[in-house]
Design a protein around this ligand. Structure first.
Ligand code: SF4
Ligand code: SF4
Ligand code: FES
Length: 336
């Protein structure tokens, strides 16, 4: 039967929706219809695709306003009289028709520090428990369709947030490496908070809803990462350590991020790559620094962490009966 489609046609200078009536056969997906449209009525319609099996991540588009893979959206999910509107993914600049420039994501990928195995352990000698393999396996299913990036409201309607925000696809990468038992870097959390813009995420879970690989982006990556960042900030033992160390030592440490400077070849400007952190985040300052990234607030805030759970006028060491805080027993805490 023939079905009615509205397809966005245009380029970076503008465009509009064009109407088409296209033949649809049983068992077809939206990408089949686009191919038939190219074969019969619009040979110059631009569309990116590759595998037609939901594995290459190329055919991302918005179908009736929902970010979807064209090759995994069955025509049988629409009613027979429904008009199907196909538009390019909205967060990234249009090149032509349904093809967008997703290079933002590759820049963010370059900014994510790579897996860092312990020195002296050669590939082939890596050993890890099966439970650790399974934990990160979920994140390795990502096909880089960037539907989650396209959906995230932090950048969908706010181009100005793009320099400071890596997006959910790269939060799962950071979480995967943070929980990797062979990754030797200790600063994944700090990097996610300070340079990837983890704090911008308000866990709306929209990214999880559109992921074609059903990766629980928010529940299994973002929320645990945020919890670990908060642990560092509010853990009373960490607070105690900060009291014991002198402030100037802390500030001197905070001006030396332990991760190496990240140079983006396309926008590299040596004077703005990882400049020293400011000494305090004052309420009136901009939410991001001149490098477009947020400060590491837990190291440099004027009030270190939250209020002390021990009160303000206590002598240390505390008598044991005054220590009301207990760490959870790891043996009784279920794995996340
Ligand atoms: S949960 Fe966070 S990363 Fe995901 S869409 Fe919402 S704000 Fe963006
Ligand atoms: S996390 Fe899911 S939605 Fe995001 S890029 Fe990977 S596969 Fe696509
Ligand atoms: S064509 Fe590969 S995911 Fe759709």
């Amino acid at each position: 039967m023939k079905r009615h489609f509205r397809v966005w046609r245009g380029d970076a200078s503008g465009g509009d929706l064009r109407d088409f009536d296209v033949e649809v056969n049983e068992g077809e997906v939206v990408l089949d219809i686009i191919h038939r449209l190219q074969a019969t009525q619009a040979p110059d319609l631009a569309c990116r695709w590759n595998c037609k099996a939901g594995k290459c991540g190329s055919c991302s588009m918005e179908i009736n306003g929902m970010p979807r893979l064209g090759c995994m959206t069955r025509m049988s999910t629409f009613t027979e009289d429904e008009t199907i509107t196909i538009t390019p993914i909205r967060t990234f600049p249009v090149i032509r028709d349904l093809v967008t420039d997703v290079s933002f994501n590759y820049e963010k990928a370059r900014e994510t520090p790579a897996f860092a195995p312990p020195p002296g352990v050669a590939p082939g000698d890596y050993r890890m428990q099966q439970v650790d393999v399974e934990r990160s396996q979920e994140f390795r299913k990502c096909i880089e369709c960037f539907l989650c990036q396209n959906t995230c409201h932090v950048i969908r309607d706010h181009d100005e947030n793009k320099p400071a925000f890596s997006g959910p696809r790269f939060f799962i990468r950071a979480a995967e490496l943070d929980m990797h038992p062979l990754d030797d870097r200790e600063d994944r959390k700090e990097h996610a908070q300070a340079s990837q813009g983890l704090g911008y995420c308000n866990i709306t879970k929209c990214c999880t809803e559109v992921c074609p690989e059903h990766i629980k982006i928010t529940d299994n990556a973002i929320i645990p990462m945020k919890e670990r960042v908060v642990d560092r900030r509010y853990d009373p033992l960490v607070w105690l350590g900060r009291k014991i160390f002198r402030r100037d030592e802390l500030e001197s440490a905070s001006t030396k991020p332990s991760f190496p400077p990240i140079v983006n070849p396309s926008t590299a400007n040596p004077s703005t790559v990882n400049p020293p952190m400011s000494s305090a985040r004052l309420p009136q300052t901009a939410p991001v620094g001149p490098d477009g990234h947020m400060d590491i607030a837990e190291l440099v805030a004027p009030q270190q962490g939250g209020l002390s759970p021990f009160g303000e006028d206590l002598e240390f060491p505390l008598p044991p009966e005054q220590i009301a805080y207990h760490h959870p027993d790891p043996d009784k805490t279920p794995d996340r």
